[in-house]
Design a protein around this ligand. Structure first.
Ligand code: B12
Length: 213
């Protein structure tokens, strides 16, 4: 269940993201950083919240593609502002594979998880969105991955999530942990999705990798 409560300090930034006002949003982000606000708070209380609030404009009946895409672009550019060195960060902690599954084209949350992991020292193999399970299994094998991360935003992908562990096991990769997250998956238990753990936010992945792998 998504909460519609908004952190008062983030109200302007949330509005700028929802309106796709990138310049105003970046200026506000820099103001917040200078005021000592944590990047984690900006991600969870502004980016994630703003995109959640846009959910009502993205249903089977009502679908405002331009508005949502502009907001998504602003969210992506804020991440670049928050983590400018993400691409050059050294990777020493192991390799993870990340994807959204076939039929799911949402990738904003996946990309946030990826940036956070890269900046924390992980190598991330991004299999992209709308990705067949076999592509994930092949990448995990080739890259000697320690974990597979599944990001799921639409409920249609749930049956696929449930078979990722079996697909890995069928390829003698049962040691690889599978973690799930994203708006459509976070309300389910790990048992019901047949994964090793389910996270609420991008930062839970770090906890799982440190304590369970
Ligand atoms: C943006 C958006 C789109 C964009 C996607 C652009 C893109 N490049 O991603 C576009 C316009 C393309 C789109 C299309 C559609 N969408 Co849409 N979309 C959204 C929206 C508004 C925001 C999603 C988002 O980016 N959130 C922000 C990120 C930051 O949050 P997040 O992904 O949850 O990630 C955070 C955490 O969950 C976590 N996390 C993410 N991945 C992982 C993985 C692991 C392992 C862990 C631990 C954590 C983790 O880290 C992030 C930061 O903390 C949501 C509303 C919502 N409530 O989410 C609807 C939503 C997901 N969409 C929905 C729908 C219905 C659709 C369409 C079917 C609409 C249509 N009529 O065609 C299509 C589906 C296309 C498809 N086949 O996939 C529904 C899904 C309903 C359902 N239960 O299935 C939602 C929920 C809206 C609603 N009605 O409530 N959408």
């Amino acid at each position: 269940m998504q909460s519609q409560q908004v952190n008062h300090n983030m109200a302007s930034l949330i509005s700028y993201i929802m309106e796709g006002e990138t310049n105003l949003a970046i200026a506000e982000v820099n103001r917040q950083i200078e005021a000592g606000v944590d990047r984690k708070e900006i991600i969870l209380e502004a980016i994630q919240k703003a995109m959640e609030l846009l959910g009502s404009k993205c249903t089977a009946e009502q679908f405002n593609l331009l508005e949502i895409m502009l907001a998504g672009r602003t969210a992506t550019l804020i991440m670049k502002e928050l983590y400018p060195d993400a691409n050059g960060a050294p990777s020493t902690k192991g390799t993870v594979v990340i994807a959204t599954l076939e039929g799911d084209v949402h990738d904003i949350g996946k990309n946030i998880v990826k940036i956070i992991l890269i900046t924390q020292g992980y190598k991330v193999i991004d299999c992209g969105k709308n990705c067949p399970i076999q592509t994930i299994v092949d990448a995990a094998e080739t890259e000697n991955a320690i974990a597979v991360l599944v990001s799921g935003l639409i409920t249609n992908v749930i049956p696929q999530v449930k078979v990722v562990k079996q697909a890995l096991a069928d390829n003698n990769l049962s040691d690889i942990k599978v973690f799930a997250g994203g708006a459509a998956l976070k309300q389910f238990t790990a048992e019901s999705l047949n994964v090793d753990n389910v996270g609420e936010t991008a930062f839970d992945v770090l906890r799982f990798l440190e304590s369970e792998v």
